[in-house]
Design a protein around this ligand. Structure first.
Ligand SMILES: *Cc1c(COP(=O)(O)O)cnc(C)c1O
Length: 358
């Protein structure tokens, strides 16, 4: 079976863990500091970065540092992983769900504009599947209405919009380092941010302390350990090669798949293919089952239930493109460990299932 995702954790990562364990200093320390600096250089054009223990923690602390709290609204997509809206709700603010652009699967700027109220504090686009949201139009709308922009870049390490890296647009941006993401620290997150926001994120991740036992604000323990940072530092050296391989795999699928809608790339966008997501008109779930059972091709549905309809939010809203995407999307394997034979097997399987109308 070709798996839908495959974390690549090898000899060098194990050696790095062993090296840190042998020092006996394993909590947040010099490895974390080095990882922050190296990630900033490699991923967000030298922007300052703060490491935390998960992507979700990064979003939570970023929102708190930006002053988001009870009474505020933050506009988010519903077609994303639950962490996006959860991070807003856990601050006491209200996530307001807006529809997506069917081409990019990312927030539709017109829908964002229509969702603005006097309570709107910010907008959080998600660069879903590794394709950047339209940061030009979202930036214009945010400027016009005095809103902040927060980037959920969990799936988009090194993606670009109009020649600029994602993670350099918002008040802050979060990258996830979960095992299935484009690179991992096992669990972890990185927040790209500057100045006073960065200082607040650093305080909040460490009980509100910069100096030991001089707690300035109420905070949490959301620190990354040096063991996790050591894994992340090794992974970072491989990110560019892995991204290029994802893009090559995607180009092969684009050129050879028939009878399904392949993922479009907007003008001026660099897609990093965290997922290669097609649309299957008709019975998507039967199509997925046939791929697995008849052709040994794994795939994933991200995400079958829009966030607003999850029991945790339980809202009835009219978001037609969100609903259609949730019914139609199917993510095929695109990860860097695919062989040419795997790619050919995926093409054969998808084309046969599409032809059979399954
Ligand atoms: C993975 C993910 C997150 C959360 O990251 P964790 O590291 O798992 O906490 C948030 N948003 C999106 C879109 C994600 O894919």
């Amino acid at each position: 079976m070709i798996p839908a995702a495959k974390p690549l954790i090898g000899e060098e990562e194990r050696a790095a863990v062993d090296r840190v364990l042998q020092t006996g200093k394993v909590a947040q320390g010099p490895e974390v500091a080095a990882f922050e600096a190296e990630f900033g250089e490699a991923v967000v054009s030298g922007r300052n970065c703060v490491a935390v223990n998960s992507g979700t923690s990064g979003q939570h602390l970023g929102l708190l540092a930006a002053g988001v709290g009870p009474g505020d609204e933050v506009i988010v997509p519903s077609f994303t992983f639950a962490a996006t809206a959860n991070s807003v709700a856990i601050t006491g603010a209200t996530p307001v769900f807006a529809d997506i652009d069917p081409a990019s699967f990312c927030l539709d700027p017109a829908a964002v504009e229509a969702a603005i109220t006097p309570r709107t504090k910010g907008v959080m686009p998600v660069h879903l599947y590794g394709h950047p949201a339209d940061m030009t139009r979202l930036g214009e709308i945010a400027d016009k209405s005095g809103l902040q922009v927060y980037e959920d870049a969990a799936q988009a390490h090194a993606a670009e919009w109009q020649g600029r890296r994602v993670g350099t647009f918002g008040t802050w941006a979060m990258f996830s380092l979960y095992p299935t993401k484009n690179m991992t620290s096992i669990e972890g997150g990185m927040v790209a941010c500057d100045g006073e926001v960065a200082r607040k994120v650093r305080l909040l991740r460490n009980q509100g302390m910069e100096k030991q036992y001089q707690n300035e604000v109420v905070g949490l323990n959301n620190r990354m350990s040096d063991v996790h940072a050591a894994v992340g530092r090794v992974q970072l050296t491989k990110l560019a090669g892995w991204t290029a391989k994802r893009q090559e795999n995607a180009a092969f699928l684009d050129a050879n798949l028939e009878g399904v809608v392949t993922p479009p790339v907007a003008d001026g966008a660099v897609h990093v293919y965290h997922q290669y997501t097609i649309r299957v008109p008709g019975d998507r779930d039967r199509f997925q089952k046939a791929l697995a059972e008849e052709y040994a091709v794994g795939s994933g549905v991200y995400y079958p239930i829009p966030n607003h309809r999850l029991p945790s939010f339980g809202l009835t809203l009219d978001l037609p493109e969100t609903e259609r995407a949730a019914r139609e999307v199917l993510s095929l394997p695109v990860h860097p460990s695919l062989t040419q034979a795997d790619l050919e097997q995926i093409v054969t399987a998808v084309n046969a299932c599409a032809k059979a109308g399954s």
